[in-house]
Design a protein around this ligand. Structure first.
Ligand code: NAD
Length: 419
């Protein structure tokens, strides 16, 4: 069985996380009413002429959860399992995430229910442009700025930027982030999420007085977030012993050569068939005895039924929502140190913010400058979350949510309500 996720409602999880943080903060009901739910939800139909000449209709969404602290910000996902509730959950998490790393954005997310692996480049381009037209009234550099997420990439962002710019009559690079460099993208954006994951793992190891050099790592999901995290951990001397993607899982107890594995994935689109490794059941990866587990695929991967088998000391949530609340409780009980998603994977949106700043200023930074600023932001955020975790004796997840929700609550209380 390849898929290790279970059907679960991510939005219920997002609301439960909010309530727990709001209770811990002692937040009043009025403030809760103002910040808990999405500000805007847009459902659209996207008709696309497929390569065979027929029209196919796709359902798609854009959700703006919050604009309290700045323009809404969040990726666009192309996946067969995209639902409105999933997009609402992801938009909600974006709000708290931007607040955790203290960047002046609110949260948003978009998604198209489609199977991009079975669509041609032409079909994907036509779908992206039509989807952009459909959500056009909502997006813009001052309003809502999309970025890549699962199965979308810099090319997708280039199509969105072009479609948006054509309606205005001049180029507007700041409408999306995660763009190609030649269109106003930022150096370091592509690797930002994985790099941020790496920095938070470094902080966790330091906190737990654990050596990263020689530590054993398992990575579930070998896409943008998972590959870069694996590569940086490998370069820091850790042993990445298992890696999976949607097609299979490879294992080598002495450590996988991540550069060669990335090469194979780029060539064939899969990790299966890597010569210096054995194939194992992807479910074994989650239960593997290792120091650090990095779930970097989809939501609800670790749940009530498989959490007790997790064999790692640290779980670094590169993906959004990979643990259900039940799994959270089980892992907490086992003493596993969890780096929660809204902290762990916030490097992506942080460099998206840097990209937006560079676009607005028409002044571009060196890669090292981006890396230094990102490291600084991620390490401060980790310290802030850890402080709440230790001082309030709450889990790292509750601490991160308290930090994010608390900052949004403070902003909304000062802004007040109109009229
Ligand atoms: P991606 O499309 O680049 O990669 C997704 C990877 O997951 C692919 O390798 C795919 O094969 C694998 N996968 C899918 N289902 C799987 C399964 N059941 N088991 C194992 N592997 C599976 O996507 P990404 O951008 O790397 O996003 C991955 C996660 O990280 C998502 O939860 C996303 O929301 C989160 N995230 C991404 C960014 C970003 O900047 N890209 C930022 C923050 C969070």
């Amino acid at each position: 069985m390849l898929t290790t996720t279970i059907a679960g409602n991510a939005y219920d999880v997002a609301l439960e996380n909010f309530d727990t943080a709001a209770d811990a903060l002692g937040l009043d009901n009025d403030t809760r009413e103002m910040i808990k739910y999405p500000e805007r939800v847009l459902m659209v139909t996207v008709p696309v002429r497929m390569d065979d000449g027929h029209i196919r209709r796709f359902e798609a969404y854009r959700v703006q959860h919050s604009s309290v602290r700045g323009p809404a910000k969040g990726g666009i996902r192309y996946h067969p399992q995209v639902t409105l509730d999933e997009v609402k959950a992801l938009a909600t998490w974006m709000t708290w995430k931007c607040a955790v790393v203290n960047i002046p954005f609110g949260g948003a997310k978009g998604g198209v229910t489609c199977d991009p692996k079975h669509m041609s480049q032409g079909e994907l381009e036509r779908m992206t442009r039509r989807y952009t037209s459909a959500i056009l009234p909502l997006i813009g550099p001052e309003q809502d700025i999309p970025a890549p997420d699962v199965y979308t990439n810099p090319q997708t962002m280039a199509w969105i930027m072009d479609t948006y710019s054509m309606t205005k009559g001049y180029p507007i690079p700041g409408v999306v982030t995660g763009k190609p460099i030649c269109l106003g993208g930022s150096l370091g954006r592509n690797e930002a999420t994985g790099r941020g994951v790496f920095y938070t793992i470094q902080c966790a190891c330091e906190h737990l007085r654990m050596q990263l050099k020689g530590a054993t790592i398992a990575v579930q999901g070998f896409g943008n977030a998972g590959t870069i995290a694996a590569q940086m951990l490998h370069e820091a001397g850790a042993k990445v012993i298992a890696v999976s993607d949607s097609t299979g899982c490879v294992y080598n107890q002495h450590g996988l050569d991540i550069a060669s594995l990335m090469h194979l994935k780029a060539l064939t689109g899969r990790v299966e068939g890597f010569p210096e490794a054995e194939s194992i059941d992807p479910n074994q990866l989650l239960a593997m005895k290792c120091d650090i587990l990095v779930p970097a695929a989809l939501e609800n991967t670790i749940h009530a039924e498989n959490a007790s088998a997790v064999g790692a000391k640290i779980v670094a949530e590169a993906a959004n929502g990979p643990l259900t609340p039940a799994a959270d409780r089980i892992l907490e009980g086992k003493g596993v140190f969890i780096i929660p998603d809204i902290l762990c994977n916030a490097g992506g949106v942080t460099v998206s913010y840097f990209e937006w700043v560079q676009d607005e200023q028409h002044l571009f930074w060196e890669a090292q400058d981006v890396y230094n600023r990102l490291e600084h932001v991620m390490k401060i955020a980790f310290k802030d979350v850890l402080k709440i975790h230790e001082e309030q004796s709450v889990s790292m997840r509750i601490a991160a949510n308290m930090l994010g929700v608390g900052r949004v609550a403070e902003a909304v209380q000062i802004r007040g309500i109109y009229p």
